[in-house]
Design a protein around this ligand. Structure first.
Ligand code: ADP
Ligand code: MG
Ligand code: MG
Length: 252
């Protein structure tokens, strides 16, 4: 599904990702942890094709196609969802209009039938219910005055509506309260279907109490330095990242 090989990427003049490798198969949930500044968010931005993030070398294939060669919209059409891909405030455009347009543009690109207004509304109502947002939320302007928790719920709602093949959720710096954490976790868990894959970026182990990942990777200084199962997250919680410095000391 996703194959990242020896990825080097920079932001402005600074190389941030320095030889990152990651293989994700359909249906897998991969958690990425690591100290602040390790490059976790950068990885998400590079995969989504955000402006200013330049790949220096390496490759990323999604379903055997060169992801790095695709425009941002093409990546979404190929099935990639990045939670912070749609964060802008668009006053005057309702959440509902925006989402319907996004969903149907994607469906069209995937060769699927567009949702009628009634079909869309039904699905949107179910999604609202699932993320515990009131229905009149759909009528509000896109991200207009959303609280932190509402933005999170909205992101998960987009995830549910857009049905991506691979979703990347960056929860590192969002300061989620327990309720929002639970919504994110429930959203991910409800969308796990044996085919859809997830990359969940998180600074703390807490989120992984609710989302049982298949793999946990530790990203440090632009590389994955350790991979394991859920127990690795527990180790990190218990002992922090101090061992990274020691490992690097031994390296040098
Ligand atoms: P993480 O998400 O793991 O905390 P980031 O990917 O946000 O880390 O950042 C990795 C490194 O890249 C940090 O050292 C950060 O200062 C640097 N960085 C991020 N964005 C920029 C930018 N626009 N210009 C220069 N350096 C940046
Ligand atoms: Mg950070
Ligand atoms: Mg980050």
């Amino acid at each position: 599904m996703l194959s990242i090989k020896d990825l080097h990427a920079r932001v402005e003049e600074t190389t941030i990702l320095k030889g990152l490798n990651l293989e994700i198969k359909p249906g897998e949930v991969h958690a990425i942890m690591g100290p602040n500044g390790a490059g976790k968010s950068t990885l998400g931005y590079v995969l989504s094709g955000r402006d200013g993030y330049e790949v220096e070398s390496g490759s990323v294939e999604m379903d055997g196609k060169d992801l790095l060669d695709m425009e941002v919209e093409e990546r979404a059409q190929a099935g990639l969802f990045l939670a912070f891909q749609y964060p802008v405030e668009i006053p005057g455009v309702s959440n509902m209009e925006f989402m319907k347009e996004s969903v149907n543009a994607l469906r069209e690109a995937r060769g699927e039938k567009s949702l009628s207004s009634a079909e869309f509304l039904k699905k949107a109502k179910e999604a609202c219910k699932q993320v515990e947002l009131p229905l009149d939320f759909l009528k509000r302007g896109v991200n207009e005055g959303f609280s932190g928790g509402e933005k999170k719920r909205n992101e998960i709602m987009q995830l549910i509506m857009l049905e991506p093949k691979l979703a990347i959720l960056d929860e590192s710096d969002s300061g989620l309260d327990v309720d929002a954490l639970q919504v994110v976790a429930n959203g991910v868990n409800s969308q796990r279907d044996g085919k859809r894959s997830f990359i969940v970026v998180t600074h703390y182990q807490r989120l992984l109490d609710y989302i049982q990942p298949d793999y946990v990777h530790i990203l440090s200084k632009g590389k994955i330095v350790k991979s394991g199962g859920p127990e690795l997250a527990k180790e990190v919680e218990a002992s922090g990242y101090a061992w990274l410095a020691e490992a690097e000391g031994a390296d040098a």
